[in-house]
Design a protein around this ligand. Structure first.
Ligand code: ADP
Length: 527
């Protein structure tokens, strides 16, 4: 802006000076020097420009035209007494000056921008055209001085507008970047897979969750139709077309297709994005893998089926034997029937207890009553409480309990439950006259210490096809069902839950015909 203005005004000044010179030259050529001088005087006196005539050797102002005196706030006589540097501010030789200096060497006129000091001290931005001439028998510098305040003001105003616009643009760009970052942070952190597509359903963006669900990275997903990533039934596609035509959202349960060929059940929602005229400009889709919910659903269903199944047998028996008691009061079998009734009631009670136990273990880990526990002491209590039962079954329990086992943090009642369960099973599934062993020891695996407890029997063992299921809820092996051994199929599952709640684990090794060994590991030094 400044560049153009400067040259426009320089041109004007040059034109004016040019006309003046041409006129004077004409007059001189016509041999009318006095007329030329009179004409020059007239211009000097009446020019709209401020003109200063300066001694180039002393740099004193020799003459000033009325306009110069008026613009600088002096009387003419006062101005003529001053040195030029009392009104003209010193200039630094910047790029513009270098350019003007070049012009001067070509045209003999030196153009520069400066500031002139008004008598009242204010500075007036000016443009000066300075030329060395021979005048009235001596060398003089004639300075044509043009006030360029308006131009400077315009430039300043423009610069301000420019700066403010630039600032606004910068702010806008920063806001947009922040918004984008925020959006990406939100989309990146949510568990839902989100994809954005254009009006042709071609994907333009997918979030991290989408990539982990489908195995398609952003670059691979971009440009693909999201319709190829789900297995839509024809009626789904029909329903989508109808919904989108009305600008409505479609949502449904479909199968997601992963890049590596895997599939997963999902609930997909597709939202059409509409412009002001109601035309679809794109789509946003979100979906989640619902395999876990499906599995939970299935687990819940099979749990309820199992519980109902387990309850049905004792209930049927109770009903049957109650009927028999009524009928048998006369034939004297009532005592036997009452005994069976009592057994069935026990079985029911056991079952309900185990189910409640499982439910409380499922609910939260805080059900544990943590305290310092001497495991050897716990095991001694369990052995003692099983003494009578062993004698009756003619079984021998051999045990080894080192004296110096470290104290651990645990729930003593729950631990008693684990080892009672393991001993119960060992007794229940082992024929009379065989040995059962229980051994506790300190064990180090390189990273930490464990208390290891092994319960081993020489019973029939567990069939290979059953081994993977012994910790499953309600699982009862063939011998349990056939041998009429009382149980709910929940004991080992409860033992495993309790061990895991103690940050430990339980394992089983069994060889059919030779026996079974259960091993419990409990971590030492757990805070
Ligand atoms: P329950 O004993 O009530 O049937 P558990 O959860 O304690 O239920 O055990 C699940 C199944 O594991 C048993 O039904 C049985 O088939 C098998 N099992 C457990 N312990 C032993 C063992 N020591 N020897 C042989 N089989 C066992």
């Amino acid at each position: 802006m400044s560049f153009i203005n400067k040259f426009q005004s320089n041109e004007l000044l040059q034109q004016e000076v040019g006309i003046l010179r041409q006129r004077i030259a004409e007059l001189e050529a016509q041999n009318q020097p006095s007329a030329a001088a009179a004409y020059a005087d007239f211009l000097f006196e009446n020019s709209g420009e401020s003109i200063l005539i300066i001694d180039p050797y002393t740099m004193k102002i020799l003459e000033a035209n009325p306009n110069a005196a008026r613009r600088l706030g002096y009387r003419r006589a006062e101005l003529c007494d001053l040195a030029l540097d009392q009104v003209e501010m010193p200039r630094s030789l910047n790029d513009d000056d270098a350019e003007s200096a070049w012009q001067s060497s070509v045209s003999g006129t030196f153009f520069y921008e400066s500031a002139y000091r008004h008598n009242n001290g204010t500075l007036i931005p000016v443009e000066v055209s300075s030329r060395l001439v021979f005048w009235q028998g001596r060398d003089v510098l004639i300075n044509f001085v043009r006030d360029i305040s308006w131009r400077k003001e315009t430039e300043t105003a423009l610069r301000l507008v420019n700066n403010s616009l630039e600032e606004q643009l910068r702010q806008h760009a920063a806001d947009l970047a922040a918004e984008k970052e925020k959006l990406e942070a939100v989309l990146g952190s949510i568990a839902e897979g989100v994809a954005m597509a254009d009006a042709n359903k071609k994907i333009v963006y997918v979030n991290t969750a989408f990539s982990s669900l489908t195995m398609y990275g952003l670059a691979e997903a971009q440009g693909r139709s999201f319709e190829t990533m789900f297995d839509f039934a024809p009626r789904d596609l029909q329903a989508q077309t109808t919904a989108f035509a009305e600008g409505k959202v479609w949502s449904g349960e479909v199968v997601g297709l992963c890049q590596d060929g895997r599939t997963y059940p999902t609930v997909l929602t597709i939202v059409p994005i509409l412009d002001e005229d109601g035309r679809i400009t794109g789509y946003v889709t979100s979906h989640q893998d619902i395999s876990r919910f499906k599995a939970l659903d299935k687990a819940q269903y099979s749990f309820i089926t199992n519980v109902s199944h387990q309850l049905r047998t004792p209930l049927t028996n109770i009903k049957l034997y109650t009927q028999l008691v009524e009928d048998g009061l006369s034939n004297g079998k009532a005592v036997h029937y009452l005994h069976v009734l009592s057994q069935q009631a026990d079985r029911l009670e056991h079952l309900v207890q185990d189910i409640l136990e499982l439910a409380s273990l499922d609910s939260t880990e805080n059900v544990l009553d943590w305290r310092p526990v001497d495991l050897a002491e716990i095991l001694r209590q369990v052995i003692l409480s099983n003494q009578r039962r062993m004698q009756l079954a003619q079984q021998t329990l051999r045990y080894s309990l080192p004296e110096d086992l470290p104290i651990i943090k645990a729930d003593p009642a729950r631990l008693r439950q684990v080892f009672s369960e393991l001993l119960d099973n060992a007794f229940a599934y082992t024929p009379a006259g065989t040995d059962i062993t229980l051994e506790a020891a300190l064990f180090e695996d390189g990273t930490r210490q464990w208390l290891k407890v092994e319960v081993q029997d020489k019973g029939p063992g567990i069939a290979p096809e059953d081994q993977a299921h012994v910790f499953d809820r309600f699982f009862r092996g063939h011998p349990a069902e056939q041998g009429n051994i009382v149980g709910t199929g929940l004991g080992l599952c409860i033992a495993q839950q309790i061990t895991q709640a103690h940050h430990g684990h339980i394992a089983m090794e069994s060889t059919p015909g030779q026996g079974t060994k259960f091993t419990v590991w409990l971590p030492v030094g757990l805070e």
